[in-house]
Design a protein around this ligand. Structure first.
Ligand SMILES: Cc1cc2nc3c(=O)[nH]c(=O)nc-3n(C[C@H](O)[C@H](O)[C@H](O)COP(=O)(O)O)c2cc1C
Ligand code: SF4
Length: 441
C-alpha cells in the first residue's frame, strides 16, 4: 500500500508554516466548520472518525473530549503532549516544525468542543526548532484573530501557551506532565480508579483534556471533510481508522516519517523506507522502544492496527518503528534499551526504581561475558515484578522489551550466557558494538 499523506502532505512546503500558506492550502476550514456546530456535534464528528489517541495508548479521542463536564464553573484546559520521549519516535517534532498550524487549529477545535479558554503545548526541551515554529505560528494566529478573544467572531475565547520541558521521558506520562507544567517535580499522580480522571481533575484540579500532537493534528481534517471520510481509511482493520505516522529508523535505506493507512503491513512500511540496509531483516520494534520486538517473518505480514499488532505480538505504541538487520546482537540491543528506562525511571516506586536497575545489572553481566545459568529466568522474574506492579506505565515499558526479546530470541541469550560472547559474530556486528566480546571471531 502506498503512503497516504493526510497530515504530512505539505511538510516540504515552507509556506505551509506561515498563516497565508496554510490558508492557501485549505487551512482553518475545519475550525470554521466546527465553530458553526455546537460542542456535542463536534465531538460526534470525532467519534464518527474513529480517531484514537496517537500518543501510545490508542484511547478513543471523543471519549476524552466528551468527558469534560458541561458546566463551566471551573476553568477547563486543553493540553497538548509534545514531549515525544519514546526512543525511535520523531513524528511530533516534524508535525510541529512543518505543520504548526495543523496542531494549533486542532487544539482550538478541542477548545470549542470542551469549552476551554486556555491551552498549553508542553514541548520537550530539546525541541528548540519545534518550539520556535509553534511560537511563531501562535503569534500569527493571535495577530489574525485565530487565537485570543472572540475567535473569528464566534464568541470563542482561547489563549494558547508554549511550555518547554527539560527533557525527561517520564514527563511525557500525562499526570507527570501536568505536575511538571504546574511547577512540581515531574512525577506521576494517582490514576483512575484511585483518583479522578484528568477530564475531571487535571491541571490545577480542573477539567483537562490531554492529547498527543498527532491526535490534535487530525481534528482539522476530520471537521473539514467529515468523520465518515476519515473513517474510510483503515476500514479493513478491526478498530483502527485513519492514518498513522511511523517514524522509521534503524537499518533502512531511507529513514524518516511515513504516514500510512491502518491496514498497511510492516513489510510495506519497510519497502516505503527503501528496504533494509547492510543485511537482511532480523527483527522489528514497531511502536517505539518500549514495545515487544517481532521476528523477521512475523514482521513482514504484520498488519498495522491497534488490535492487529497486539495479535502479532507487539503494539502500535507511539509509531517509532525500528528495523534491525541480521548483524544486530539482540542481547546488546536490549541492554541498551534497558539502560534508557533505568536512567529515566523517576524513582517514585520500588518495582521500577529497583527493578530497572537490576535488569541493567543482569544484562550487563551477560553482555560482559559473565552470565550465569538461570540468568534468563532471573530477567523474566524481575520483569514480572515490574510489569503491572509499578506506579505508572514506565515500569511496564521497561519490562516489555526484555520479555519480548527473550520470547523471540531466547537462543541468543542462552548462547551469550553459555559462551560468554555474542552469537552474532560478523564483522558488521563488531562495528555496531565495538565494546562487545566477540572473541571467537
Ligand atoms: C512514561 C510515559 C511516557 C509517555 N510519553 C508520551 C509522550 O512523549 N507523548 C505522548 O503523546 N504520550 C506519551 N505518553 C502517553 C500519555 O500518558 C498519554 O496517554 C497521551 O498523551 C494521551 O494522548 P492521546 O490520547 O492523544 O494518545 C507517555 C506515557 C508514559 C507512561
Ligand atoms: S513506574 Fe514508578 S519509578 Fe517508574 S517512572 Fe513510574 S512512578 Fe516513577
Amino acid at each position: 500500500m502506498p503512503e497516504r499523506r493526510l497530515l504530512l502532505e505539505h511538510t516540504n512546503d515552507p509556506a505551509y508554516r506561515t498563516l497565508d500558506g496554510y490558508l492557501a492550502k485549505g487551512g482553518y476550514q475545519g475550525l470554521k466548520k466546527a465553530l458553526g456546530l455546537d460542542r456535542q456535534a463536534v465531538i460526534d464528528e470525532i467519534k464518527a472518525s474513529g480517531l484514537r489517541g496517537r500518543g501510545g495508548a490508542g484511547f478513543p479521542t471523543w471519549i476524552k473530549w466528551n468527558g469534560i463536564p458541561k458546566d463551566t464553573s471551573k476553568p477547563h484546559y486543553v493540553l497538548c503532549n509534545a514531549d515525544e520521549g519514546e526512543p525511535g519516535t520523531f513524528k511530533d517534532k516534524e508535525l510541529m516544525e512543518n505543520t504548526p498550524f495543523l496542531v494549533i487549529e486542532g487544539m482550538t477545535i478541542a477548545a470549542h468542543a470542551t469549552q476551554s479558554k486556555v491551552g498549553y503545548i508542553y514541548i520537550r526541551g530539546e525541541f528548540v526548532d519545534a518550539a520556535r515554529a509553534i511560537k511563531s505560528a501562535i503569534d500569527e494566529a493571535y495577530a489574525n484573530n485565530y487565537l485570543g478573544k472572540n475567535i473569528l467572531g464566534s464568541g470563542l475565547d482561547f489563549d494558547l501557551y508554549v511550555h518547554l520541558g527539560a527533557g525527561s521521558y517520564e514527563c511525557g506520562e500525562e499526570s507527570a506532565l501536568m505536575s511538571s507544567l504546574m511547577g512540581e517535580r515531574g512525577m506521576p499522580r494517582l490514576k483512575f480508579p484511585h483518583a479522578p480522571l484528568p477530564t475531571i481533575a487535571g491541571l490545577w484540579d480542573c477539567p483537562t483534556v490531554i492529547n498527543n500532537v498527532e491526535s490534535y493534528a487530525c481534528a482539522p481534517l476530520i471537521l473539514d471533510k467529515g468523520g465518515a471520510w476519515y473513517a474510510q481509511f483503515g476500514a479493513s482493520t478491526k478498530n483502527s481508522r485513519g492514518t498513522k505516522i511511523f517514524s522509521v529508523s534503524g537499518h533502512v535505506n531511507r529513514p524518516g516519517n511515513y504516514e500510512v493507512e491502518f491496514g498497511t503491513t510492516l513489510g510495506e512500511l519497510l519497502e516505503l523506507a527503501g528496504g533494509m540496509k547492510g543485511g537482511a531483516l532480523k527483527a522489528c520494534v514497531p511502536g517505539g522502544s518500549s514495545v515487544p520486538m517481532l521476528d523477521a517473518k512475523t514482521t513482514m505480514d504484520a498488519v498495522i492496527g491497534y488490535e492487529e499488532l497486539v495479535e502479532a505480538g507487539s503494539m502500535v505504541g507511539s509509531g517509532g518503528c525500528i528495523f534491525l538487520n541480521e548483524h544486530t546482537c539482540i542481547v546488546t540491543f536490549i541492554w541498551r534499551t534497558s539502560l534508557f528506562y533505568a536512567k529515566e525511571s523517576c524513582g517514585k516506586c520500588t518495582p521500577c526504581r529497583e527493578g530497572t536497575d537490576w535488569l541493567v545489572k543482569a544484562l550487563n553481566r551477560i553482555r560482559e561475558g559473565g552470565g550465569k545459568p538461570g540468568d534468563i529466568e532471573l530477567l523474566e522474574e524481575i520483569c514480572s515484578q515490574i510489569d503491572g506492579r509499578s506506579f505508572c506505565a514506565l515500569g511496564d515499558a521497561a519490562a516489555w522489551p526484555v520479555v519480548g526479546a527473550i520470547k523471540v530470541f531466547r537462543d541468543e541469550f542462552e548462547y551469550f550466557i553459555q559462551n560468554g560472547r555474542s552469537k552474532v559474530a560478523t564483522p558488521q556486528a563488531r562495528e555496531m558494538w565495538p565494546e562487545q566480546p566477540f572473541s571467537h571471531a
